[in-house]
Design a protein around this ligand. Structure first.
Ligand SMILES: C[S@@+](CC[C@H](N)C(=O)[O-])C[C@H]1O[C@@H](n2cnc3c(N)ncnc32)[C@H](O)[C@@H]1O
Length: 198
């Protein structure tokens, strides 16, 4: 069937199924990576909200055997990962910052709250996750390195972006092609972490 005959969600679901990927969100990360050159061989990367595992599979392939990936979620992964991936069941909101690896090259987050259908409360919970991502990124990223995370747009998004701008040299926004048209998600990309030395 031609691409045009599918809704966007169906097209990317079908593509993920054919390519053996556990989730179609891989194409969002692929677009982020193509646009901002986030991933490179040998990097130490943190993937927050990693289940079912398509981002982690993509990251592991891009960082190669010399890289290290630390993936976290409150749910288990649904795919086997290469030996370079360390996965832990962890609530990112509750886990102490010291439990995350240090001197990381890239922090990625596709975390999303379970949606209720109420866009105000969904956006508020997504904002809380995003602020936590920024807090973790500030603590564990090497100076000058990058972070990209998902947020459901809401009334707090301008303040989130303002906050991100205080901590990164440059902040870009992207709504990937694989995002469903009904979704309010955008991705925030912080380039060049201004690491506060303690
Ligand atoms: C859209 S899915 C991630 C898909 C993943 N990037 C992939 O490609 O397979 C969002 C994930 O965020 C996780 N999540 C939500 N809140 C979380 C939290 N507080 N700590 C860790 N993971 C969380 C959910 O369990 C869910 O698996």
């Amino acid at each position: 069937m031609a691409k045009e005959s599918y809704s966007k969600g169906d097209y990317y679901n079908e593509k993920a199924r054919k390519e053996g990927m556990p989730a179609r969100s891989i194409y969002k990360l692929e677009e982020l990576d193509q646009r901002f050159h986030l991933l490179a061989p040998g990097q130490k990367v943190v993937d927050l909200g990693a289940a079912p595992g398509s981002w982690s599979l993509y990251i592991a392939q891009k960082i190669g055997l010399s890289g290290q990936l630390f993936s976290y979620d409150i749910q288990p992964l649904r795919s086997a990962m290469p030996a370079t991936v360390t996965f832990e069941i962890k609530d990112v909101l509750l886990a102490p910052i010291e439990s995350f690896p240090q001197d990381v090259d890239l922090v990625l987050s596709d975390m999303a709250p379970s949606t209720t259908g109420d866009r105000f409360s969904d956006a508020a919970r997504s904002h809380e996750l995003s602020m936590r991502v920024l807090e973790i990124a500030q603590a564990i990223l090497k100076s000058g390195h990058n972070c990209a995370f998902k947020v459901f747009e809401g009334e707090d998004t301008p303040s989130l972006i303002k906050y991100a701008r205080e901590h990164f040299t440059s902040v870009k926004l992207l709504r990937p092609k694989a995002t469903r048209s009904c979704s309010r998600e955008i991705f925030v990309v912080g380039l060049g972490a201004r690491r506060e030395e303690s």
